[in-house]
Each structure stands twice: as structure tokens, then as C-alpha cells.
Ligand binder design. Structure first.
Ligand code: ARG
Length: 468
């Protein structure tokens, strides 16, 4: 293999080491960004007279040839002669145009090139993931809008706790994803900074117009320290931390949907489009999509951690260790992007068993807290009301009935404060309506929350499309 750096070497590189240290098999995904950065760099060199206009033209045309080559034959990126994508581009330019190709590396280093292309890659992935997050939120809001007034049990400790509206449950997941979108938008500001012009470590040795190059590549600013710019991968760590939370969120949604789809819960029909059968048990329909979503969170969280650990204790400036941040980045970006699309498809296709949900919400003493509150309104201190209803529940459990099936005489054995209106006050719709605070599950509050979520989603989508 012809090396970019062979001048001072006398011996052949060990063949196994050569293959082992190459990054082209994975950094080839940086190709479109490398292409864009090369175009801009060539123009910047021409601007300061390092390339003649004819040389610049030759290089720009060669870059177009390379773009077409890769478009028509993506496998051409798999060039065993090249060490990494940066080497490959230079090699191709030299093959295509000779002399100007030998000039393109004037004043620059792969250390800044890789930092630049990785930032462009993260920016692009981040925007795509924001779009997919928005679509999953949209799917949740659509389902919420289709199920007005449907209730289900909310669980604490995986035990039925209080009834809530299905829309309220869906909106809880939307909240998590909104925070994810916020985090990504914030992360983007720190990603969108141009290292180009930082050289190998100390800054370029030719008077490049850094601000112009940054602007051409859509960066918002230029980096302010060449040592930091060439060695920093904090933006990858930060991006992957944000993705780890996205993955944790879709794993929670997936787990809960999988539980809902069990016979034991009976709240969800698994959509056949997103399910699989069993090779052995003919009756089965399995929630593989949900299980994979749950499982993929493991690898994204691990990737976030590995990128952080690669950087721990690393001295300034560029060190080859940094190449190890690439595979976790590429894998997580693709994993999260695809997973969000699958999750949105699943949510849209899933059929909620609203009758079973509603029945579960209206039984099993989920109105016990509301029953205690009834006594509180009659002047009984809450702790005492809690004990009274606790005893009434215990009595009803023994009898095998609901609280509302107890007669007034029976209830009065526990407290003289029960009245004729008690039974009505613990009906499901009354229980729901009682939670009438901002963020609560009272239907009017949920209606307002749904409207607010729709507005927020529209604003997020608009901001993301404007590159904010
Ligand atoms: N493939 C390398 C990486 O991803 C590019 C930078 C190499 N620079 C160097 N001086 N070896 O880190």
C-alpha cells in the first residue's frame, strides 16, 4: 500500500497491523462530508493563491467525478489501498488530476479533516433523529386524539394505582421525547462549530479564511483553539448521551406495550405487521419489534459509555484512540434513527383494547383514593379517611365486591360520614375529573395538554427545519 507518510520509513508495515488499524471499512460513511469539505478546502486554497484557477477547476471536476463514481458504485469506497476516507480522497484526486492532487493537503491535516467530517456527520444524523423523534411524538398524539375519554389503570410498583386517561399515558411518553428533542437541539449548537484550519495541532500554516470555510459548510462558528479542535470528541459523547436517553425512552415504551399485549393485561392487540410467529408453537404471535427496541437500548447506552471512556485521561491533542469513537457513533446514530421509525410504525398500527382498559380502570378499588377524598370533603382528616377506606376495601375484598357495591349501612359501620352521594362520587368519570390540576388526568386538563403538545410539536418541527 502506498502511504501518505512513507518518506521517513524503510521497512514494510506489518500486514496484519496495517489491516487492523485501517478505518476505511467504517469511516467510508463520512464520504459525503469529506467531499463537501474537500470542495471548500480547494476553493479556500485557490483564494490565497496556493492553487491556480486551472488547478482549482481540475480538482473540483475531479471531485465531481469521484461523487459520480461513488454514486454509481458505492463499493468503490472499499479500496484496500487506502488507510481511511481522507487518504482515499487524496489518492483518487492524485490519480485523476496529478499535480493539483498533490497540493490539496497544503496546510491541512487529517486530524482536522476527521474532526470536521465527524461534526458534519453528527449534525446530519442529529437532524434526522429529530425528525424521527417528531414523527414518533406525532404518532402518540394521533392515537391520543383517537381515544377520547378512554381510561386505563395507571400503575405504581407495577400494581394498579389510579385510573388515568389513555391520552394521559401516551402524553407521558411524548414528554420524554420532547425533552430528547430539546437536548438534541441544544447539543447541535456545540456540534456545529468548524475545526477546519486547525492543522495537525497548532493551526494552519497558510492564511486560510476560516470563517468563509465554516460558512460554506453551514457551521455557525469556527473553533477557537486548534489543540482542542483536533482532539475534541466531546460532541460525540454528548450526542450519544442524548441518544442513550432516547433509547432508554423507547425501551420503556416498548416494554410497557409488550406488557399490555400479554393475555394478563389484555390492553393491546399486537399489529401483525410488526409481529412474528413461532417456529414451534403455532398459536403464537410475538412482540419482536418491541423486544428489539428494548434490546437496542443496551447497545446505545454502551456506545455512549465507550465513547466517554475512550476520552478519559487522553492527553492533548490528536491521538489515534479517537478513531475508536467512530464505530459506536455510526452504529448508534443508525440504530436510534431506525428504531424511532419502527416505534412510530408500531404505535400507529397497534390496536388498543379500549373496552378491557376501561373495565380495568373501573374496578379493583382504583377509586379508593377518591373515596378517601370524599370523606376529606366531609371534614375527616386524610390519614383517618385513608384508614376508614382501607378497612372498607378489606371488607369488600372479603365479600368479593367493589366499594360502590357496599350499602350505606355497611359503609356507615366504618364511618358515619358516608352519605347517599358517596357511590356517585367514586364513579370512574368522577375519579378522573377530580385530578383537575395542571399536569393531571382530568379530561379538560388532558385536552389542554394534548393541544399544547400539538403546538409544541409544530414549533419543534419548524425550528428543526430551519436548522435551529
Ligand atoms: N482515521 C483517523 C481517525 O479517524 C484519521 C486521523 C488520522 N490522523 C493521524 N495522524 N493518524 O482518527
Amino acid at each position: 500500500m502506498k502511504k501518505m507518510w512513507e518518506g521517513r520509513f524503510h521497512q514494510q508495515q506489518d500486514a496484519h497491523f496495517e489491516r487492523w488499524q485501517r478505518s476505511l471499512p467504517f469511516d467510508c460513511v463520512l464520504f459525503p462530508h469529506e467531499l463537501a469539505a474537500n470542495r471548500v478546502y480547494a476553493r479556500a486554497l485557490a483564494e490565497i493563491g496556493i492553487l491556480t484557477p486551472a488547478e482549482l477547476n481540475a480538482l473540483l471536476e475531479a471531485l465531481e467525478t469521484i461523487a459520480r463514481r461513488v454514486e454509481s458504485n458505492p463499493a468503490s469506497l472499499d479500496d484496500p489501498e487506502a488507510e481511511d476516507i481522507h487518504h482515499l480522497m487524496e489518492k483518487w484526486l492524485i490519480e485523476l488530476v496529478g499535480e493539483p492532487g498533490y497540493k490539496i493537503h497544503t496546510g491541512r491535516s487529517r486530524n482536522e479533516q476527521v474532526a470536521t467530517s465527524l461534526r458534519l456527520f453528527v449534525r446530519e444524523s442529529l437532524d434526522s433523529i429529530r425528525r424521527h423523534l417528531g414523527d414518533l411524538i406525532a404518532a402518540l398524539l394521533e392515537v391520543a386524539g383517537r381515544h377520547h375519554g378512554v381510561a386505563l389503570p395507571a400503575y405504581t410498583h407495577l400494581q394498579r394505582a389510579e385510573p388515568v386517561l389513555l391520552a394521559h399515558w401516551l402524553l407521558a411518553y411524548a414528554e420524554m421525547l420532547f425533552r430528547d428533542a430539546d437536548r438534541l437541539a441544544d447539543c447541535r449548537r456545540r456540534v456545529n462549530v468548524s475545526p477546519l484550519g486547525s492543522g495537525a495541532v497548532a493551526g494552519a500554516t497558510v492564511p486560510l479564511d476560516r470563517a468563509w470555510m465554516a460558512q460554506e459548510l453551514g457551521f455557525e462558528a469556527v473553533s477557537t483553539n486548534s489543540m482542542d479542535a483536533t482532539s475534541d470528541r466531546e460532541f460525540i459523547a454528548e450526542f450519544l448521551q442524548a441518544l442513550a436517553l432516547v433509547a432508554v425512552h423507547f425501551s420503556r415504551l416498548a416494554e410497557e406495550l409488550a406488557l399490555f399485549a400479554t393475555r394478563e393485561y389484555g390492553f393491546l392487540q399486537l399489529p401483525e405487521q410488526f409481529s412474528t410467529g413461532s417456529s414451534a408453537m403455532p398459536q403464537k404471535k410475538n412482540p419482536d419489534a418491541l423486544e428489539l427496541l428494548r434490546g437496542k437500548a443496551g447497545r446505545v447506552v454502551a456506545a455512549a459509555l465507550s465513547v466517554l471512556l475512550v476520552q478519559k485521561g487522553l492527553p492533548l491533542a490528536y491521538n489515534k484512540d479517537l478513531q475508536e469513537t467512530q464505530e459506536p457513533l455510526f452504529d448508534s446514530a443508525r440504530t436510534v434513527d431506525e428504531s424511532l421509525a419502527i416505534a412510530a410504525g408500531f404505535v400507529r398500527a397497534a390496536e388498543f383494547a379500549t373496552t378491557a382498559m376501561q373495565a380495568a380502570a373501573g374496578s379493583g378499588y382504583l377509586n379508593a383514593t377518591a373515596a378517601a377524598n370524599y370523606l376529606v370533603r366531609r371534614g375527616v382528616p386524610f390519614r383517618k379517611a385513608h384508614a376508614i377506606i382501607g378497612r372498607a376495601v378489606s371488607y369488600a375484598l372479603d365479600k368479593g365486591c367493589e366499594l360502590e357495591a357496599l350499602s350505606l349501612e355497611e359503609l356507615r359501620k366504618f364511618s358515619p360520614d358516608f352519605g347517599e352521594d358517596f357511590r356517585d362520587s367514586i364513579q370512574l368519570h368522577r375519579v378522573l375529573a377530580e385530578h383537575d390540576v395542571a399536569g393531571g388526568t382530568a379530561p379538560a386538563q388532558v385536552e389542554a395538554a394534548l393541544a399544547a403538545a400539538r403546538a409544541r410539536l409544530a414549533a419543534d418541527v419548524k425550528a428543526a427545519s430551519e436548522g435551529g
